[in-house]
Design a binder for this molecule. Structure first.
Ligand SMILES: [Zn+2]
Length: 320
């Protein structure tokens, strides 16, 4: 499933919810009208008069008396509604989500600016698909909720970086960054937790090992060049390859352990450059230090990382 299909489906769910609440409202009003025919007849009178008013004004006729008559009827209707214990909410649709009224978006204030964000109701619809497509559900134990106290008990440098990543993720402000650290220091934990946080808040994110990303790029090239590909496979590979390029947050896990291929450098450059052009953020995790990365990937990749990525080490020994 592609990202646009995922969002389309979520929108469809919201639309159905809006239709449902309109239908429920109409049923409720019908029931009220059956119970209190007097109200129904006032409603009809008001709607007839409104129509008359419209027609007359279209013909250029004088309609000054009609608004007064409507007002009298409306007052009478309000009295009756009160008498029968009805209130405004009996005549308004009751949305499934009262926070956004089933529009799926809410306005939040952030640093003095009003920003539109997905409402929690649409995040609930989107999250399972985003987590699974983005490969994040493969890491069920990695999330900010699981906490990091035990993980970083003996590694204050690691915990410091983790806390910074958490704060940035919670404000949706993760920059391009490289997390350095030997295996088991929590760099993947921090990066995956951030990607999970984004996905759970309706923001497309992805976690992929660089070796898997390269394999996927290779499959994609094959598909583009092939005479025929099984449609399902083509769809899956294309959706994943698109996500590598345009996920709001991409975690490229374990840079440096992949097998070098003739396309290694070009693929990595392509991923980093296209994401930079689209303004999408990337977290790279690696066991190697910057100079080893330079030896391994060459000057072009090294320069890009050095220029635009914030570098953090989670290793206790050479923290900073
Ligand atoms: Zn909502």
């Amino acid at each position: 499933m592609s990202m646009s299909e995922i969002f389309e489906e979520a929108n469809f769910t919201l639309e159905n919810r809006r239709i449902d609440s309109e239908v429920r409202l109409q049923e409720h009003i019908d029931e009220i009208n059956r119970k209190f025919p007097e109200l129904a007849s006032i409603d009809k009178e008001i709607s007839d008069l409104t129509q008359q008013q419209l027609l007359k004004s279209l013909n250029g006729e004088n309609v000054t008396d009609i608004p007064d008559r409507i007002e009298v009827l409306e007052e009478k209707r309000a009295e009756l509604r009160m008498k029968y214990g009805l209130c405004d909410s009996d005549f308004r649709p009751q949305p499934y989500c009262s926070v956004c009224g089933d529009t799926g978006m809410v306005e939040v204030n952030e640093d003095g600016k009003t920003i539109r964000r997905p409402c929690s109701c649409i995040c609930e619809i989107l999250a399972p698909t985003l987590l699974s497509l983005g490969g994040i559900s493969k890491y069920p134990d990695m999330s900010f909720e699981k906490g990091a106290t035990s993980f970083f008990a003996k590694n204050p440098a690691g915990e410091k970086v983790y806390s910074a990543v958490k704060i940035l993720a919670e404000r949706f402000k993760i920059p391009d960054m490289v997390l350095f650290g030997t295996s088991g220091q929590g760099k993947t934990f921090a990066a995956v937790s951030a990607a999970r946080y984004y996905a759970e808040h309706g923001i497309p994110s992805m976690v992929i090992r660089l070796s898997d990303a390269q394999e996927l790029m290779m499959e994609y090239r094959k598909i583009v060049q092939a005479f025929y590909t099984v449609p399902d496979k083509e769809k899956r590979v294309t959706a994943l390859r698109d996500l590598i390029v345009d996920a709001e947050l991409l975690v490229l896990d374990d840079l440096g352990v992949e097998v070098k291929t003739p396309n290694s450098e070009a693929d990595l450059l392509y991923i980093l450059d296209s994401r930079a052009q689209l303004g999408k953020k990337t977290i790279i995790t690696t066991n190697y230090d910057l100079s080893t990365l330079r030896e391994r990937y060459g000057a072009r990749i090294y320069e890009r990382i050095k220029r635009s990525y914030k570098c953090y080490s989670l290793s206790p020994k050479n923290a900073g």
